[in-house]
Design a binder for this molecule. Structure first.
Ligand code: ATP
Length: 436
């Protein structure tokens, strides 16, 4: 992490903006000039400023406008040739540039909470109020864009907290207002190697003791868990959440066991190794981690945890079924002899996640077979299609499936090597029946 030296807000802003990649610097320049021309104050806020202070640059930019943000966003989009989506209800707009870069523009706003864990009531506000509604001091910094390179606004001491490695909410009621901030904080703590301040740990303990998490809607809770599981190292986030007592108050079964860390690392390795092959259905990493977490508990507890997370119906049933299926699949993949066509039969119906999970927990032989399936066998197809069979004079019907399965088997076992081989086989085996 780069250490910021105590300097004036304009010097600091200049230093931060200079760390942006060239492309983003140009965008910021355009955004600045437009703000000047429209007479509105424009700020680079939140994550991008935090990341610049940490010495890394987020690719996407977040701008906040004290004034008519939507008119500003439309004009900016026109100037940049970007696609713009307006969310009038929230006073926000998203610009997507031709090269895919995203730029979010929001109206500066203030927020209040009718009761703990409620969604906030939102109204337009000043930049000071906008920064104060945020989760942590490290996210409550902004750079006012201006012709002289801008000015850093850091009313809560975010830079200093970054230097000290501290996570601090902006006020004592913050976690009670919005308990999802506990999960957000744990993600930042793991990602940037920060720790909650002593005061914050105390605040979190008291919010947990008041059972405020239970007041969060299950959808929001599940969304937070997915974000946790979408982090580069979710096991580190889970450890922090465990230490804070969050997992035990959600459901003790979510607490990582002695082998969870190693399993999560292995499943990540599997995903990194195979995901780029693009074999459908593509596995989702968060779902893989969730399967790992529920690996060693009973089906009854799997249902209970799913219920706590608001999962129900088919998504939960499929998850529980996959975990039940796992040992059987592992055993079948471990048989001494296994033909290629049998390997396809076993793994074709499995979800993308189940294939990787069995790779991650299986022994050497299982791993080799899943590897063979994913890298070679899964994409094998017969050269002939249903259309070809029609052209060859076969009347469409259920026999097509049988013929194509036979061709696939021949291909997998290496008996068929060309289109002509396939045509010969089809005519020998089925031609007479259709008098071809
Ligand atoms: P990243 O996307 O890298 O996780 P980010 O800081 O950009 O980090 P977002 O979830 O995109 O995170 O949120 C953007 C900003 O909005 C944050 O920096 C934070 O200031 C604010 N924010 C988001 N969620 C909350 C929340 N629940 N309470 C308060 N502020 C929030």
């Amino acid at each position: 992490m780069r250490r910021a030296t105590p300097k004036g807000p304009s010097v600091l802003a200049q230093k931060l903006l200079k760390r942006l990649p060239r492309r983003q610097q140009d965008l910021v320049k355009t955004a600045t000039i437009l703000g000047e021309r429209q007479g509105v104050a424009v700020y680079l806020v939140g994550g991008p400023v935090r990341d610049l202070a940490l010495g890394s640059a987020s690719t996407d930019l977040d701008l906040t406008v004290a004034g008519d943000a939507l008119a500003y966003a439309k004009a900016l989009a026109a100037q940049l040739g970007a696609r713009v989506t307006i969310h009038r209800k929230f006073g926000t707009a998203t610009l997507v540039l031709q090269d895919g870069l995203r730029l979010d523009v929001a109206t500066a706003r203030r927020e209040s909470y009718a009761h703990p864990a409620a969604l906030p009531d939102v109204s337009p506000g000043t930049i000071g109020e906008d920064l104060f509604r945020r989760d942590f001091t490290i996210n409550a910094m902004a750079v006012r864009l201006g012709p002289q390179g801008g000015k850093l606004l850091d009313p809560s001491g975010g830079l200093k907290d970054l230097e000290r490695g501290l996570l601090r909410a902006l006020h004592e009621g913050s976690y009670r207002d919005d308990p999802t901030r506990i999960f957000r904080g744990a993600r930042y703590a793991a990602r940037y190697r920060l720790r909650f301040s002593r005061r914050d740990r105390r605040l979190i303990r008291s919010v947990l003791a008041e059972k405020v998490l239970k007041r969060l809607s299950k959808d929001r809770l599940f969304h937070e868990l997915k974000l946790v599981l979408g982090e580069p190292k979710p096991e580190a986030v889970l450890l922090i959440l465990r230490k804070l007592g969050v997992l035990s108050s959600l459901d003790p079964a979510l607490e990582p066991g002695p082998s969870t860390n190693a399993q999560m690392r292995r499943i990540r390795r599997a995903w990194e190794r195979y995901n780029h092959l693009g074999i459908p259905p593509e596995p989702r990493l968060w779902r893989l981690y969730l399967l790992v977490l529920l690996l060693s508990v009973t089906p009854r507890i799997r249902h209970r945890v799913g219920g706590h997370l608001g999962m129900k119906g088919p998504p939960l049933d499929v998850l529980v079924m996959e975990l039940k299926e796992l040992p059987r699949l592992q055993e079948k993949l471990n048989q001494k002899q296994l033909r290629a066509s049998r390997l396809r039969q076993l793994l074709d119906p499995a979800s993308g996640e189940l294939r990787l999970l069995v790779w991650a927990i299986g022994g050497g032989r299982v791993r080799k077979r899943v590897d063979r399936y994913l890298t070679r066998l899964a994409s094998v197809r017969p050269a002939l299609t249903g259309q070809d069979l029609k052209r060859l004079g076969f009347p469409p019907g259920p026999t097509y499936r049988r013929i194509l399965d036979l061709l696939l088997e021949g291909r997998l076992e290496g008996r068929l090597r060309s289109r002509d081989d396939e045509i010969n086989l089809v005519q020998q085996r089925f031609g007479r029946r259709y008098r071809m």
